[in-house]
Design a protein around this ligand. Structure first.
Ligand code: ATP
Length: 365
């Protein structure tokens, strides 16, 4: 096990700045996920840690050792890629043993490690098969096995599940999580899938345009996003953003839009005081909206709109509602037999609202 540390790391490809000012220190045995949209620099950062890409500026440490000039094979890491890159002519055992043979690991030690990894991954019965005789999920396990037998200090994984179908991806996700817990090896995992990030990571690094936006636990990213980008990226369906004015109202604060007026109080209202008379981005998560019930007392938690689309998902119903220039998505518990074009009253949980500065897009909280 080892900590991984990146100290003000930059990567330039000619004029393209792929990674900027990247600072991170993992814990021993931590599972850290890099997530962000395509091209945000996740893979490049992982490849710099692996030694497959040179660092333009800054330092990378694995354990106590600065590894900028250490070749990949001497970094004590093992990588799992999206295309598992198994050797087609070798059987599963040889695929797993290959790297160890190159390193001149003694034969009985190779045997021990391969059998142990095969047992953990439940592929003992497949050791004699060739990759073409395996399912996608089994191949993925072999690729994991090849990394495990190395007994590395750090696992680096680049979208290892993206070639699998949706069901298998969910299964393998749970297995990777259990495996990492069991082995306790520091793991850095790249994905563009926020759900994968949320379910796997002890901590998540959200990136955009080569820059870290926030590093935090899944729950904190969801509850306390640092800015509008993180707020919109984490959570599905995505947070609704509406440009509103902020007004003071008897010691309370109201988000005012031509179609509604939502009132908040308490500490959040205090934070919003400097914005009175200005505009902000109001953020409402779809799951913090329900249909208005008869019992709802006032107007200060209600948004009225026209139903655009209704998507029954079984346990929940997703409703897309329009208010002139704005669209709002709501995720309602249970089945709601609403019809397009009908008027609907949505009740917003005003204790769960978010707000963002329109200039900096930073969270106001
Ligand atoms: P994806 O999810 O699509 O894999 P990513 O977040 O992993 O994206 P990177 O592959 O790290 O993104 O790419 C970051 C940026 O660096 C992109 O703008 C990409 O075009 C650029 N880039 C990556 N590799 C090279 C290269 N070898 N030469 C020039 N530019 C590169």
């Amino acid at each position: 096990m080892a900590k991984v540390k990146l100290n003000n790391v930059w990567k330039r490809f000619g004029k393209v700045v792929a990674v900027k000012e990247f600072d991170l220190e993992t814990e021993d045995g931590e599972f850290v996920v890099f997530v962000g949209p395509s091209g945000c620099g996740k893979t490049t950062t992982l490849r710099m840690i692996a030694g497959l890409e040179e660092v333009s500026e800054g330092e990378i440490y694995i354990g106590d050792r600065m590894v900028n000039d250490v070749p990949p094979k001497d970094r004590d890491i093992a990588m799992v890629f999206q295309n598992y890159a198994l050797y087609p002519h070798m059987n599963v055992y040889d695929n797993m043993a290959f790297g160890l043979r190159l390193r001149k690991v003694p034969r009985n030690e190779i045997e021990r490690r391969v059998h142990e990894a095969a047992k953990i991954l439940k592929i003992e019965h497949l050791l004699k098969r060739k990759p073409r005789e395996l399912s996608g999920g089994q191949r993925q396990r072999v690729a994991m096995g090849r990394a495990i037998v190395r007994e590395p200090k750090v696992f680096l994984m680049d979208e290892p599940l993206s070639n699998l179908d949706a069901k298998l991806r969910v299964e393998m996700r749970a297995e990777i999580s259990k495996l990492q817990q069991r082995l306790g090896v520091t793991t850095i995992y790249v994905t563009h899938d926020q759900i994968e990030a949320m379910t796997l990571g002890h901590r998540i690094v959200v990136m955009k345009d080569g820059e870290i936006q926030q590093v935090d636990s899944p729950l904190n990213l969801y509850n306390l996003p640092a800015n509008k980008f993180v707020a919109g990226f984490i959570g599905s369906p995505a947070m609704n953003f509406i440009r509103t004015a902020v007004e003071a109202e008897n010691g309370k604060i109201a988000f005012v839009h031509k179609n509604f007026r939502l009132v908040v109080e308490g500490p959040f209202a205090e934070e919003l005081k400097p914005y009175v008379g200005k505009e902000v981005w109001l953020g409402i998560r779809p799951e913090d909206i329900k249909l208005r019930s008869e019992a709802t007392p006032g107007e200060h938690t209600v948004i009225r709109g026209i139903v655009d689309v209704v998507e029954p998902l079984g346990a929940e119903t997703e409703i897309h509602v329009r208010l002139e220039d704005v669209k709002i998505t709501a995720r309602i518990q249970g089945y709601e037999p609403l019809k397009p074009e009908q008027t609907v009253e949505l009740e917003v949980d005003t204790a769960m609202l978010h707000a963002f500065d329109v200039e900096t897009e930073k969270a106001i909280a």
